[in-house]
Design a protein around this ligand. Structure first.
Ligand code: FAD
Length: 318
């Protein structure tokens, strides 16, 4: 069985949950092997964590030549690793960086790429992916027909699976050309933490729209009671009530949580595009004819300013 490379998404060695989900998908199509861009002294720690979730091997690419640069050196290192190991596929987390590295790698390898998959299965001629396309109106099964399949997968597409083994570490020395170092990061400012989970990774998302009238307190209150991330419709963002980083939809973020709670959101197609693969959808809307109700598993017809505080109180009391 061939290896399936999983590119590790981490912050200073702290592996983020979507990478563990990729390992579960990788196991379906081959032998999971993670690729960690970071310092070798963090490699063993990361390998032990990733091993618990199915990584049989962890390639550590020393970041000395990569740190401080944008994505080009990573694409170059991955090209060399793919050429050396001939994996069955390379999986990335669907985010800004994952998609950019995957796109660059596809060009370098002349290989096919599939982005924003929500599932990956083994097929007779290689991995078969599921995508939700055209603003979520169609579900498409797709496979790469040329070269190593490069697949970016949305967070929350599956659950991590613990396997209990420890991954072995192998250092991979990549040769990075000067051409890949033409753009450099000159400063990095960590975003102030809200204490809430990251929107695209959260298991629960509570969103608000124009129906909040600009008062997001009930939305944030429910989110905090549920340990959820807060999202917003474009109407709420365009009104200046929430920053663009909170926007869910076609021109915002795509989320696929276990539970999505839409409050005062009508359910426009562009909003649906960002949330309709959520496992369970709940809406609170005072208009019983609102299109969002076509999509929901549970709907509450009512004013969010009274429904949400009541729900929050019940949840907090448990
Ligand atoms: P509205 O459509 O105005 O709906 C407000 C809802 O709140 C109504 O259903 C109303 O009944 C309900 N309501 C009002 N008061 C209350 C209350 N007190 N309690 C409960 N319910 C109440 N939109 C996105 O969200 N994300 C995108 O990424 C996005 N991208 C777009 C890209 C393009 C190219 C275009 C053209 C549009 C895009 N839009 C996007 C905008 C989209 O078409 C809608 O305009 C937007 O989603 C509407 O936001 P809303 O549901 O909050 O507001």
């Amino acid at each position: 069985m061939s290896e399936v490379l999983v590119v590790v998404d981490h912050v200073d060695g702290a592996v983020r949950k979507p990478t563990l989900e990729l390992l579960a998908l990788a196991k379906r199509i081959g032998e999971p092997a993670a690729v960690f861009f970071g310092s070798p002294d963090k490699g063993a720690e990361v390998a032990s964590k990733l091993g618990q979730f199915g990584a049989e091997k962890v390639y550590v690419v020393d970041d000395a030549q990569i740190k401080g640069y944008l994505v080009a050196p990573k694409a170059e290192a991955l090209q060399q690793l793919v050429e050396k190991t001939s994996p069955a596929a390379v999986l990335f987390v669907s985010g800004y960086e994952g998609k950019e590295v995957a796109g660059r790698l596809a060009i370098k390898l002349g290989a096919g790429i599939i982005t924003d998959a929500v599932d990956v299965e083994a097929g007779p001629e290689g991995p078969v992916t599921t995508q939700s396309v055209f603003a979520g109106n169609y579900t498409v099964k797709a496979k790469v027909t040329h070269g190593t399949p490069l697949i970016t997968v949305k967070p929350n597409s599956t659950s991590p699976e613990e396997s209990g083994a420890a991954g072995t570490v192998e250092e991979f020395a990549a040769t990075i050309s000067d051409g890949a170092k033409k753009a450099q990061i000159v400063a990095q400012q960590p975003r102030k933490s809200s204490g809430r989970p990251e929107l695209t990774e959260a298991a629960i998302v509570v969103s608000g729209g124009r129906g909040t009238g600009g008062n997001f307190e009930p939305v944030e209150g429910l989110a905090d009671a549920l340990g959820a991330a807060v999202g917003a419709s474009r109407a709420a963002v365009d009104s200046g009530w929430m920053p663009h980083t909170f926007q869910v939809g076609q021109t915002g973020k795509t989320v696929s949580p276990q539970l999505y709670v839409a409050n005062g959101i009508s359910g426009a197609i562009q909003h649906r595009a960002g949330m309709q693969t959520s496992k369970t959808i709940v809406a609170v809307n005072k208009d019983e004819e609102a299109p969002i109700f076509e999509l929901v598993d549970f709907g509450v017809v009512g004013d969010l300013h009274s429904v949400l505080p009541a729900a929050t109180e019940q949840i907090t009391a448990r």
